[in-house]
Design a protein around this ligand. Structure first.
Ligand code: ATR
Length: 288
């Protein structure tokens, strides 16, 4: 990539950021789309000073990750409705010093289903987990005309809070907080948003997928390992399974649509990014 005096800088702020796939995602996309921009990561200790720096250097846009996804809201001039409902921001655009926040996490999830021609219309959905990732996905999928949403979480209070927050915005929706013993074979799609099964905790599953029938789609937003034990077992049972890598890439590419104010082609870029991720993984494995 030729960097010159017209190159725009986009970045990720968070702490830690060293293992993030975002630079690979965005720099591959910028290169493939012939966009004169680069993407870097910044390990941020003082959020306020960093935001001032971003504004004074005229950085056009940035992503936000742990632990600042909620705290960033205090520094924004505007926040879009979806991000407000979620209560967290992962994408910010800098419009001449005015910062506007968005959340593309749930939209990345929806896009990964659309690509597979899976519609959420009239579907009965179970979301496992009630943390930040669950909020992003749950708050987004309730805009897709689903017929029912159940939330299952280890800490019931947190699930109740999410159910109440969604109900406030979607009074007509059939949404409940559910206990594990009440989970029955009545869902079209089950989404794991917890960290149960994530590396290095690879021997555990958030739920036994044999309680669901063969037609239930099992979506695990974890991408390391791939597949998780949940997806391995579900596949053995003949179920359609999806991991979190496409969602991760799409949430990144959707940030670019906001920054560049245009809809970029996504499926072929996403596949190129996946190839780059595999290459990197092989390089790391070979160097071990
Ligand atoms: P994220 O932003 O990735 O969603 P988070 O907000 O910390 O992270 O949420 C983590 C989710 O995984 C929560 O739903 C959490 O359940 P609790 O609300 O009960 O903490 C869930 N989780 C994490 N470890 C878990 C475990 N060992 N068993 C069950 N659920 C777990």
């Amino acid at each position: 990539m030729d960097i010159d005096s017209n190159t725009d800088l986009f970045c990720l702020i968070g702490n830690p950021v060293s293992r993030s796939l975002s630079p690979l995602i965005h720099n591959t996309s910028f290169k493939c789309n012939d966009i004169n921009s680069i993407y870097l990561t910044f390990n941020v200790i003082d959020l306020k000073k960093s935001i001032n720096g971003i504004k004074s250097l005229g950085i056009k846009g940035f992503n936000v990750t742990i632990p600042y996804k909620e705290k960033i809201i205090d520094y924004l001039d505007e926040i879009d409705d979806l991000a407000k409902g979620i209560g967290a921001v992962n994408t910010v655009i800098n419009l001449d010093g005015k910062l506007k926040g968005f959340n593309t996490d749930g939209l990345g999830f929806i896009k990964s289903l659309e690509e597979r021609n899976i519609s959420l219309h009239n579907k009965r959905v179970l979301v496992i987990g009630a943390g930040g990732a669950s909020r992003g996905i749950s708050m987004t999928l309730v805009n897709e005309n689903i017929s029912k949403l159940d939330i299952l979480n280890r800490t019931k209070k947190r699930a109740n809070k999410l159910v109440c927050d969604i109900k406030e915005l979607h009074r007509e929706l059939d949404i409940s907080c559910i206990d594990i013993i009440d989970v029955k074979d009545k869902y079209d799609i089950v989404i794991n948003t917890t960290s149960v099964g994530m590396f290095p905790d690879t021997k555990r599953m958030p739920i036994d997928p044999s309680v669901f029938n063969k037609e239930t789609i099992i979506y695990d937003i974890i991408y390391k390992p791939s597949p998780t034990l949940l997806l391995k077992e579900s596949k053995k049972q003949g179920k359609l399974t999806i991991n979190g890598l496409d969602m991760l890439i799409y949430q990144g590419l959707l940030s670019e649509d906001i920054w560049l104010a245009k809809k970029l082609e996504k499926i072929s870029i996403k596949n190129q990014i996946k190839r780059r991720i595999m290459e990197k993984k092989r390089e790391i494995d070979n160097n071990k």
